[in-house]
Structures are given as C-alpha cells and as structure tokens.
Design a protein around this ligand. Sequence first.
Ligand code: SF4
Length: 833
Amino acid sequence: MLKNDLEKRFFPYVIKPGRYAGGEPGTVTKDHEGKTLYCHAYPDKYELGQSYLGLQTLYHIVNSDDRFVCERTYAADIDAEEVLRKENLPLFSLETFTALKDFDALGFTLSFEMVFTNLLNMLDLAGMAIRSSEREDSDPIIMAGGPAAYNPEPLADFVDLFFIGDAEIGLVEMLEIIHELKGKSKREKLLTIVQKVQSVYIPMFYDENRIPIEKSVPKQIFARTVPDLKSEYYPTHPIVPLVETVHEHLSIEIMRGCPQGCRFCQAGSIYRPVRMRPIDELVKLVETQVKNSGTEVVTLLSLSSSDYKEIEDLATIVARKLEKDRVSVTLPSLRPGTISSKLLNAVKRVRRSGMTIAPEAGSERLRAFIRKNFSDETVYDTVSLAYEKGWTTIKLYFMVGLPTETYKDLDGIVNMIQNVYKIGTTTAGRKKVNVTLSPFVPKAHTPFQWDEIVAPEEVLKRINYVKFQFKNSNISFKYPVVETNLLQGLIGRGGRVMGKVLETAYNNGARFDGWNEFFDFERWENALKEHGIDYREMLKPIPFSKDLPWSHIIKGVSSSQLQKERERTSMQLMDFIPQKRDFEVPNTVQVVEFGRTKNKIASKQAFAPTKNKVRFRFGKDSRYKYMGHLDNLRLIERVLRKSKLPIAFSQGFNPSMKLSFGPPLTLGFTSEAEFMDITFDSNFMPEMVETLKESMPEGLTLYDAKIIFSRTKSISALLNRAVYTIDLDKIPNRDLLKEKISTLLAQEKVEVERHKKKGTILLDLRSAIYSLEIKSDKLFLTLGIGEGGYAKPGEILQLLLGDDYDLYMMNFLHRLDLYRQEENGKIIRAMEL
Ligand code: SF4
C-alpha cells in the first residue's frame, strides 16, 4: 500500500511532513468503491493552496454528491520532490494517500502564471506524461480553471480541458459525464463534455490558430457565471489546516465581482457581474463556521468588501456576535472614501491587524487614468480615521510601470507615503507604514491588455527612485524580483509557443517561480533563446489589429469594447486637470518621545485578580504526528475557542489566551503525556472538562484536569524525566538491540555530537540516560529533560539502531509520561506538580 511506503520512505525525510499528511478537521474521507474519483490539485505549496477559498467550496460541492470522491493534492516542495524521485514514489492525495494516476480526473487551480511549471512537475511526479497527447487513456483527465485559465494557450499542450469561469455547477456536470462514461476512451469523454457542458475549452479539438478541427465544438468559449452564490456551495465544516498557512483566517465570501472596474484589474473584469450574498445567510454561515473551526479571525472576503451594500451592518453584527469569544473580524483592502467610523469600530472590537489601502498610483492624474477615482485627500481622511481608532500600521499598495507613468507620478507616491506617515505622528505611539511596490503587468481581458510592459531594469530604477527617498525605519518597502512580473506578462499574453518555452524552462529546473528564493530568470532567458524568442520584442505595445491568443475566450466585454475603453482613456488623459489639494499637517502635532504622551493608553492592571488555573493532560494519535510544536499550539487554541470556555486573555491591542504548555513533542511522535495550563476568567467547574472533551477533534484525547496554584513555576521548568516507548515488532533484530542496550548501559561515557546554531559540540549523555528496558514487547526509554541535562530520543535510537533511526523517530515513537524525580528519588507526576 502506498501509505505504508510513504510512512517509511517519504515522511521521515521531508522538512515539513505535515504539509502532505492530511487528516485536518473538516476533511472528507470516502470509500472509493464505485465512485468517480476527482482530485483537486493546487500547483503551489500547501501553505498557499489551503488558504484558497475556491478549493473549500469545490471540495464541499463535489463531496456532497454520493457518486463522487473529492480529495486534494499540492505541489511537492523542493525537498519533497527530491525524496519522491529518489524513492521512486508517486505524488499522492492527502485524504487517502492514493497515487494521482489512480484518479479519474485531476483539476488544477491556476491562480497565476508563475505556478505553471509546478503543474508540469506535478504531472511528472504523478508518473504521467506532461504532454496531453502522450498520456494514456487510463490516466486521469487533466482539467484546469481559475484566473490564469482566461488565456489557456500557454498550457494548451499539457492540459486536457480548461473550464472558464465559476466552476460550482460546471465541475459537477463534467464529473457526471466522466462517471457515466467510465471505461470509455479519453477522447470520447472529452467530446461528450464539450458538447454538453458550457464554458469548456479542449485544446486538442482546435488547431494552433484556435480554429475548431472538430465539428461539434464551439468557436468561442463563453465564461460561466453562477447567477447566485447559493448557501449550499459553502461548507459548514471548513477544512482547518494543522500546519501554519499563509492566511490563517477563516474567509467568508460575501460578494463576488467588483463594481469598481479599475482598468488594469483582471479580477474586476473576469469575476463580473457583482453578486452579493444576503446578510442573514452570511451571519449564519459565520457563526456555524466559527463554531466548527475554532478560528481566531474571520475575514469578510471579496474583491472590494467596502462595496458590499450593507457592509457596516454586516461587520457590526458579526463583530458583536464574535466579540465574546475573542474572535475578530477583518476586511481585506478597503477603498478610501468608503470607510466609516462605524465600520472601523466593528473591525477593531477584538484586535486590529494592519489597515491596507491600495491607491495603486501616487498622483490623482494617474489614478483617474486607471480608474481608481479617489483623491489624495480621501486617502488621508481614511488614514486619519484609522490612526484615531487606534491603528498603528498602514499598508500602502502601489503599482510601478503603469501606462503613461512619469517621474511626477512617482513623486506622487513619495508624497503620499510621507503624508501618511506624518498624519501618524499627530497621534500617540509609534506608527509604521509598510509599502508594497508591484510592477504593473498588462493582463488579458482588461483595457490595458495591449499596453507596453516596462523593461525590468527601468522598473527597478523607478522602485529605487521611490525607496531611496526614505531613511525612516518606520517606513518599510517590499517588492518582488522584478523579472517575475515580466515573466507573468510574457506568459499571460503568450500563445502556444510560450508552452514550449515553459516546457524547456521546466526541463532546465524551473519550479516555484512565484517564490523569490527559487526564481531564476536565467533558466527562462535560456529557454526563450532556445525557441528563438527575443523577449524585448514582446514587451512592446501590441497593435489593436493583432489577433490575441485569448480572443476565443469571451468574458462579457468584447475586445472592441475593451479597445474603445482603452482609447477613451487616452482622451481622458488629455482632458484631465488635476485638482489641487495641498496637504497640510494639522496644527495640533504632538511631539512623541518614546511613545510617552498624555494620550497613551492606560497601563495594564498592576495586579491581576486571582483566576482559576487548571492543568490538563491530553494525548494525540498518529493523525497529528507530523505537526510541529507551533502548529500543535495553534490547534489547541482553536479547540479552546471552539469550546467557548471562559479562557482568560492578556491585555493590549492583540489579546492572546493565557496558556502555557509542557515540553514540546518531537515531530513524528504520538503521545499521551501532553500538558497545558489554562487560566480561566471564571471559576473552574468540573463540567468544563466535558465541554473541552467534546470540542476536541478525533485523535486528540483529554485524560485529566486539575486546579493548580497560579504561582507555581511553569510545568516545563519543573519536569526532568520523559518516558518514550517503541513497539518491538517494528524493530527487525531484537537480539542485537538487547546486546546494544547492555553495552550502552555498561559504558561510563556515552558521547554524541550535538549540532547547535554555533557549531557542533561533543557531549556525554550517560547521566541523562536513566533506563533502557525491554518489557511486554516494548522498548522503554527514560531520559532526562530540562535544565538538569537532557538526551534526545533520536540520539539514543541512533546509537541503538544505526542510521535507520529516522524511520523509527518519525513513525513509531510514543511519549508515555513526563514527571519530576527529586534528588531523594521521590517521583512527582506532572499533574501533581
Ligand atoms: S477595486 Fe480592486 S478589485 Fe475592484 S476593480 Fe479595482 S482593483 Fe480590481
């Protein structure tokens, strides 16, 4: 079975095994018998993919149908790829560790062009040919959708089928056909799909110029739009990641589409029209998902949440309902001018994250040109309000290299950053301005799709022009490797020939191109050269008359309408007379010295009233063995939030639970000796134990609870012994093991090398090895922990089992007990300390 092979030959050797181990609360595991197997594939790291809301909805929709199974897979990180290739193991799904080749269909989400090489790599790691024409009939049908599928041509040689638009209904329609035609050829399935399902593009039925070569296929593909965002699309039990992800929030989609229509914005274009979800449904969904996930932060998500018609009411109702459980509400980037005092009061109720504003351009002229129609003054009013309400960090997003941009526009960015910072100095406390400068990329299906891509060296010059005008440690800058945006533009506007470049770059080693640390432009330059492409030519504006590679994909607005809009923009540029608004810093500037002013928030209570502090012992089974210590802590915090028990919180802007934990557990271990001390806000009642038990997901078990005195030292500081066990049936040569134990215990010194940050040191562990015993088919290791000297189980296993010790460490070790042994030999159990 693949699962066993992975446990032995994969999980022990990858850096973050938790990314590939599945088992998260909210996942669905079904019997495969008689079902059509679909695997949703995200061609990037788990930490990014699991934060993607579309995956949660499609996973839920497909799994709600008894005929289908939906599982998930993500790109194998560089280290994981190496292990899979070395061990000759295939890429697999997280739910049942099924090889991807055994699914009926794989559906990739294409969030942006920089994941395309990962898609090729995932196909290869799955053991399939990367080219569609070379795959077997028995291989899964490879589908793709998402924003970057709106120009499918660069992937036309690799993907069997593209679905354009909202997939909530279309995915099920396609799976129904695959289900009915089980056993038939891939061609027959694809032909039936294209005849019966709207919004499907199957490249093999078209020639290089996108002219149909099969009779029954459409000439143009119209993107699908679901008319209503039905409540049944959204799961009541969202998948809750066990390892830390990029966006830890629970995201609730409140609206799809954006009414603003900024001219550079592809999302604004392809997610049209605006569809808002009813406020009562949203409130109900938030309550249910928060209850079932134990989240700390809820994001009311959409492209422009402040344009949701009842945003103030929605945010206020949700914030009020969640406040008692210390769950906060956030809104993604807000549009200046739509942010009211009431809205900010709602989102600041529990904790504030940074306030994000995206002016995109620094001057009012350029903002009008790109259709971000708000004045500098509106930005400053919003920032003043945010500071007044206690925000201390403002995040500003700008684009560099927009059509018609001049250095005067860049001066506008500089002025705006300075002014936003200056406004912050008018209120007490340290303020920070975090600026992101992103190179502009002309996107398909926008009025700017024909525009020039500014050369990377010029973009960098412009970024530096802005950045080097600041020497203030409270103002920070972030920007990507500029060539990544260049490449996004080349691929995003490319035709099938870019697919050939993609394949060559992939064969040259390109992977995770969206990550600065892995991106290597040289690979791409070589690939472009190899195919005779001078990329500098591709940066130039595209004539309106030229056939565009995505002209067969239609999303509401036709190419001629986009052209008219682009031409209108040029006219507008000439007509535009900027309104003069000189920024003035208010007279009431206070000099802030080290944050000490009259306005400073009241200091914390000098004396915290006595609270009930309770120690719990709990355990975790193999489902959680690939979670690191910090991930364990986050899981427990979620469980506690879900339980709604009256946990005490720290004071301040970002209150956190008053919790402390016992010694961390090594990755790969199961345990029945985990301890946490919780401080409650009210008297502890025995029935709270039951409540906590009910909130724990399967695989976490609560064993014991006891009130402790709040003045005791932390449990980690008091413990000095740990007992681990390992089943002997997992160890091949027991006689040799017994012999090695006797030899080791007979030694006066047990020297090992321990690797520390500052270098490797030689240590004698003998005094920290208290016993190594074989009893009832188990090996028991009692080792020292804490300040008195410690031995790591891995160090001992390496001495006993040789170089294979990793395998045992990651799969079979169990922490049985933690206790304190006094000098006189008296043993005090952790619960008694
Ligand atoms: S407001 Fe944001 S999402 Fe809407 S069109 Fe403008 S940039 Fe796009």
